[in-house]
Write a protein that binds this ligand. Structure first.
Ligand code: ADP
Ligand code: MG
Length: 576
């Protein structure tokens, strides 16, 4: 079926080619050229917004910047494309890097506003520096695209040039989208916290996507100016941005083919409806609305529904390389404190976990267990104290660095990307370590097989029952072969048989040398499993010692094991 879809796309491309060569009027060729320009700008936006989920409003600004660089250098200094084109890519890049560093950490709507500000500033500059930019009227007389004496006049040569550049840009974008960058960006979009804990450098990934989007936009802007032969503040105005955004959404988010289909449709629609004179805008708007209603996942989503892709083949399992076999103390926590406002979530907690040991972390709800795991995995910075992993001080390090240092964690509420398959979700954990997506998937298959979950590989994460979700999350942690694993209530919602199975898996990991820290309320599950127990109460250590001592400890019984009143589950207690 995928073949039929590709055949359809190929036939459409050939039809477009025949149209351009034999049937298109000069004006029709011009419209086709503009569509190619917008497809190019939209490729970059697909990477940043479609895959990375960052709603940048600067794509239009970068487009305009590329346009002005080519316009000014071409019309004022007569430079040809060998100079102007690279500079039109470089200028947006040089703006994107500092801007991205400053604003990419903002929440999405503030990020959108901040990037909108970039467009406003550039527009003001374009209007108010007439000596350089020609002011509100812009600069006429931009030369045709010329490279080493070869000139692309308007019409077929320019259309061929633009679509040729678009083809190269689209292929690069397609490879990036399907490769490690695209997969990693999707993970960052769906759950940035989990992505960081899997070892992905969220900030660097977003910055890379932002920089790429700027380069694509700059290239598109340069070609737009060679097509129009004038540059004016219009290239920096809001409609450009709206057009790029609409192309990405109507075409299909994150898909390069979607950018091409969306650009062809969006740029031609006004032409088709132009005959309607004054009602044209209404019909145009209605057509857009209809497109979004009929194909909420864009044109590529519609194609996928009509021609569902064939089931993919499973990769063979490959064992990922293990780190050096760790011995001795793997995790050391000294006098850790963390407050949230007036709440002391952690108050002088110390702990040590040896290779091959399983330590249980217990305590009433709100006693600081999850906070401890968050501090250990880098999601929260401690106010005081130190965290040592594998003999190195990692206090306050960001989650991706801690993850790459060998620490893996699960979340109290399993976080799996809903749209992805189980194999893809587990492979995501290997992306920071492996060279290719294929390699990551082979390693993911190994981790799934080890937990007896290989048959889940091709199922979507969406709709998996709780026990299987937990298993997939464990596979995700395991795939990286961490030296220390933190599990936050891994047995919650499991049946007795599933708990026994989980316990067997955890014992085997410890036997192989992993250090484990397990938060759990089910004492019948936890106490036989662990060699050491730490009981917290309001952030303080209430008890630290062997598990049978915990059952008899008066303070632990009073604060935690005593009765259902302080517990959120009360079905499993015999310690009182
Ligand atoms: P546990 O996992 O043991 O149930 P937590 O570590 O989740 O407990 O919470 C410990 C205390 O810290 C609670 O009082 C909780 O309300 C508070 N707390 C945890 N995280 C935050 C946060 N991000 N902001 C404010 N308070 C928090
Ligand atoms: Mg908790």
């Amino acid at each position: 079926m995928r073949d039929r879809r590709n055949a359809l796309l190929l036939a459409a491309a050939l039809a477009g080619l025949a149209y351009a060569l034999f049937f298109a009027s000069p004006y029709g060729l011009r419209v086709l050229t503009v569509a190619g320009v917008y497809a190019l700008a939209a490729f970059g936006f697909q990477i940043l917004f479609g895959l990375g989920g960052a709603l940048s409003m600067a794509q239009g600004a970068f487009f305009g910047l590329g346009a002005y660089v080519t316009g000014i250098l071409g019309s004022r200094y007569g430079l040809d494309a060998s100079v102007t084109f690279p500079l039109s890519l470089l200028a947006p890049l040089l703006v994107a890097l500092p801007v991205g560093l400053a604003v990419l950490r903002l929440e999405s709507h503030y990020f959108a506003l901040a990037t909108l500000g970039v467009a406003q500033v550039l527009h003001l500059l374009a209007v108010n520096l007439p000596d350089l930019t020609g002011g509100a009227n812009g600069l006429p007389g931009v030369p045709a695209f010329a490279l080493f004496g070869w000139v692309a006049p308007r019409g077929l040569p320019m259309a061929a040039l633009v679509w040729g550049v678009a083809a190269v840009g689209g292929l690069i974008g397609w490879r990036l989208a399907r490769g490690r960058l695209g997969r990693s960006l999707e993970l960052v979009r769906d759950d940035p916290l989990a992505a960081g804990c899997l070892g992905l450098d969220v900030g660097r990934l977003r910055l890379t996507a932002f920089a790429l989007s700027a380069v694509y936009a700059g290239a598109a802007g340069a070609l737009a100016v060679h097509t129009q032969r004038v540059v004016s503040p219009e290239v920096l105005e809001f409609p450009v941005m709206v057009t790029i955004l609409t192309i990405a959404v109507v075409g299909g988010r994150g898909r390069m083919v979607g950018a091409v289909l969306g650009a062809l449709l969006l740029i031609h629609l006004p032409e088709w409806f132009r005959g309607l004179e004054r009602s044209y805008l209404i019909v145009y708007g209605a057509a857009l609305l209809l497109a979004i209603l009929v194909a909420p996942n864009g044109l590529t989503g519609l194609l996928e529904r009509l021609f569902p892709p064939p089931p993919r083949a499973l990769p063979d399992a490959v064992e990922p390389p293990a780190g050096p076999r760790a011995t001795g103390e793997i995790l050391r926590v000294e006098d850790l404190s963390k407050s949230f406002g007036g709440v002391r979530a952690l108050d002088g907690v110390s702990l040590s976990v040896q290779a091959g040991a399983i330590v249980g972390l217990i305590g009433p709800n709100g006693s600081g267990k999850t906070t401890l795991i968050n501090v250990l995995s880098g999601l929260e910075r401690p106010d005081d104290g130190a965290v040592w992993i594998g003999g190195r001080d990692r206090t306050g390090a960001p989650p991706d660095q801690i993850a790459r240092a060998g620490l893996a964690r699960s979340f109290q509420a399993a976080t799996l990307p809903n749209h992805a398959s189980v194999l893809e979700a587990v492979a995501a954990a290997r992306l920071p370590f492996d060279r290719s997506v294929a390699e990551a998937e082979a390693h993911a298959r190994w981790a799934l097989d080890r937990l007896g979950a290989g048959d889940l590989a091709l199922r979507p994460c969406h709709g998996l029952p709780a026990a299987l979700r937990r298993r997939v999350e464990l596979a995700r942690a395991l795939a990286r072969r961490p030296s220390v694993l933190l599990l936050d209530e891994p047995a919650a919602g499991l049946t007795d048989a599933e708990k026994a199975d989980l316990a067997a898996h955890l014992r085997r990991l410890a036997w192989e040398g992993m250090a484990l820290l397990v938060v759990e309320h089910d004492m019948d599950f936890l106490l036989p499993l662990v060699g050491w127990v730490l009981c917290l109460d309001r952030g303080r250590t209430l008890y630290a010692g062997p598990p049978d001592g915990a059952r008899r400890d008066a303070a632990v019984i009073a604060a935690y094991l005593g009765g259902p009143a302080v517990r959120d589950d009360s079905d499993d207690e015999d310690g009182a």
